[in-house]
Design a protein around this ligand. Structure first.
Ligand code: SAH
Length: 354
């Protein structure tokens, strides 16, 4: 069965031509799908015969809400969605003054093995399709009733590990006939896959590329992120410079501050040097503690000392608030909790409290 949600407008047009249908039918279907239609019978603008014809080889993917948690502190909403094959992924809706941002997952699980991240604990299960990623945005918007203006690909998974589907998703969500979310309102975060970063640079998209740095010396970074053992800090910083040169878009460096691990003055100096080389903006965030892992967020004094050094070196940085701390909002925490509860014999039913 072909999932209509994963087709671009031109692919839908080709399908209509194949079925002997006029071209305008494709745009009709495309915009209704972006509005959250879940059943072919809801495509009421189409003749019944076409709906029946489509039913023979096509379906419309959708997600079921397994769990929804609303933060009492900052209005952050976390969704746990069930995919058609029973797997689950998370989406987070964050409300800022400048707009509503949705953080989406790109894979079920992750194979990167970062020491601080909950998403990777059970390894990679599978890639998400373009349609499934689109559904995360569509259903978050529908359920919350809030207009989504920004997207960050910072949920479960490594987007550049699922390159083709992610690129297709970007084109779907950016389409003027669909959700029409501007590329400048989209941020893609990667642990730093060099080959795919080069490929992405060639696409010359206007999105923001964020690189999860977390340390700028190889010893610390390799300890935190196994991917650093294949490609060290220096080549990664060079790839960021190349990305900036090719696209004209500055790279953002993500830095989760971890107590006693990457928050000393030496680490700050090393981050300042790397950031200066590529004119990067740095996003600092205190680590979200993950139950299964021993790492803890940096203390206030260490964070202040770190920020003071960055300031004195002229680094452009933002110290982010950690949003949604009371709703397991960090990458992979809610999916992980569901797995642990299932292991303990909890049923899906007991998890539903939306
Ligand atoms: N795989 C991609 C995107 C997913 S992770 C990447 O590595 O960038 C999104 C961001 O959240 C990354 O910067 C990641 O390093 C960070 N992150 C993961 N777990 C975290 C935690 N427990 N606390 C703070 N940030 C975390």
């Amino acid at each position: 069965m072909t999932d209509l949600k994963s087709l671009t407008l031109s692919e839908l047009e080709a399908l209509m031509a194949q079925l002997g249908q006029p071209k305008f039918r494709a745009a009709q279907i495309f915009s209704r799908l972006a509005a959250g239609v879940t059943d072919l019978d809801e495509l009421t603008a189409l003749p019944k015969s076409l709906r029946a014809q489509l039913g023979e080889s096509c379906c419309i993917n959708s997600l079921q809400c397994l769990r929804k948690q609303v933060s009492g502190r900052d209005g952050t909403v976390k969704y746990l969605w069930e995919l058609t094959d029973g797997n689950a992924v998370e989406t987070v809706l964050m409300r800022y003054e400048h707009g509503n941002s949705v953080c989406i997952s790109t894979q079920v699980g992750c194979r990167q093995g970062c020491a601080f991240c909950a998403s990777t604990i059970g390894g990679l299960v599978r890639n998400l399709t373009a349609g499934e990623m689109l559904d995360e945005v569509i259903f978050t918007q529908l359920d919350s009733g809030v207009k989504i203006s920004n997207i960050v690909l910072m949920g479960i998974g490594e987007p550049l590990d699922n390159y083709d589907n992610v690129l297709k998703f970007l084109s779907l969500v950016n389409s003027p006939q669909g959700m029409n979310i501007g590329m400048r309102h989209i941020t893609l975060s990667t642990c730093g896959r060099l080959e795919e970063m080069r490929r992405l640079a060639e696409e010359k998209l206007q999105l923001t590329l964020a690189v999860s740095m977390h340390a700028c010396d190889d010893e610390t970074r390799s300890r935190l992120m196994p991917s650093n053992r294949r490609c060290g800090v220096e080549p990664l910083v060079a790839a960021c410079a190349e990305y900036f040169e090719k696209t004209g878009r500055r790279v953002t460096l993500e830095y989760a501050m971890i107590d006693g691990v990457n928050d000393t003055p030496r680490h700050a100096e090393s981050l300042a040097r790397s950031a200066a080389k590529i004119g990067a903006h740095v996003n600092l965030i205190p680590l979200n503690h993950v139950e299964e892992q021993p790492l803890q967020p940096s203390g206030k004094a260490a964070m202040k000392r770190f920020c003071d050094i960055l300031s004195s070196r002229g680094v452009n940085f933002t110290l982010r608030r950690s949003l949604g701390g009371d709703v397991d909002a960090s990458c992979g925490q809610l999916r992980r909790r569901r797995e642990t509860e299932q292991l303990k014999g909890g049923s899906n039913e007991s998890l539903r409290h939306n």
